[in-house]
Ligand binder design. Structure first.
Ligand code: ZN
Length: 263
């Protein structure tokens, strides 16, 4: 039997996919990718994600990315609540803090994150969290609520990993781990993630796995390449690719699909 995959984070609305979205999805299905989580970054983009999720039979998030925190409309929480009425919308996000690029002022990032965490807590929805160089502020926000979900594209240190695991979050691993220089610290930490907390995501079209051979001329990442990340994670954990694909698949179902269905 061929290995079945999920991709726990795809930016399918990206304009980089405009010329090839059907092909990208077809190649993913041919590569064994059963489901993907399409990531919304603001209210309008989240509506686009919902359309794509319905069209292709996937699931999606609705939320405000920290980069977009500065341009929210006054009624964005009401707009998000409306989006959550649709069964395809399974998580709040992408929300979080990015103190690396600071495309929105930090104070606005924090207030927009805090409102989305409350929304998730009140409606018992998982969160899809982004944190870059902002661990202390993220911890302070998480400690004020009790939410479940995933810390996507984890790139932090052991201290951060310990906190996120202790808090109860799943850990999203991207092709960052396939970079022997930038991903060196992450390669050390990946074996410490329990089987029931690991999610594999491409973050396509970003973060093309450096271990991928041959590399596409476009340098554009896509969900069909999730297998390259699974292979590297399996190598680091001393597990088979089938096992890593299976646990990521099971965790995806438990976090985004089953729970949503039993509310
Ligand atoms: Zn992100």
């Amino acid at each position: 039997m061929t290995t079945r995959y999920i991709d726990a984070g795809v930016n399918l609305t990206s304009s980089q996919f405009d010329d090839a979205r059907d092909d990208i999805v077809m190649r993913a299905k041919q590569a064994g990718v059963d489901n993907m989580l399409l990531i919304g970054t603001n209210t309008q983009d989240s509506m686009h994600c919902l359309q794509l999720a319905r069209h292709y039979g996937f699931v999606c998030t609705s939320g405000i990315h920290p980069h977009d925190a500065k341009s929210t409309q006054a009624d964005y929480i009401a707009q998000l609540k409306t989006l959550f009425l649709h069964p395809e919308v399974v998580a709040v996000g992408e929300c979080g803090l990015d103190f690396n690029r600071n495309f929105s002022p930090r104070s606005e990032q924090i207030s927009v994150l805090s409102q989305q965490l409350e929304l998730a807590e009140q409606n018992n929805l998982p969160v899809y969290l982004h944190e870059r160089d902002a661990f202390d502020a993220m911890r302070a926000q998480l400690e004020q609520v009790k939410v479940h979900g995933v810390l996507h594209c984890f790139t932090g240190d052991k201290h951060a990993l310990d906190f996120y695991l202790h808090y109860g979050l799943m850990i999203g691993i991207t092709g960052w781990v396939c970079d022997e220089r930038r991903g060196a610290q992450l390669q050390q930490l990946v074996p410490l993630i329990p089987d029931d907390r690991l999610l594999i995501e491409t973050d396509a079209p970003y973060l093309l796995p450096r271990t991928l051979k041959p590399k596409p001329k476009s340098r554009r990442n896509e969900p069909a390449f999730v297998e390259a990340i699974v292979r590297e994670v399996a190598r680091l954990r001393g597990q088979s690719c089938e096992h890593v694909a299976k646990i990521s698949h099971a965790n995806f179902q438990r976090l985004f699909i089953t729970r949503r269905g039993t509310q």
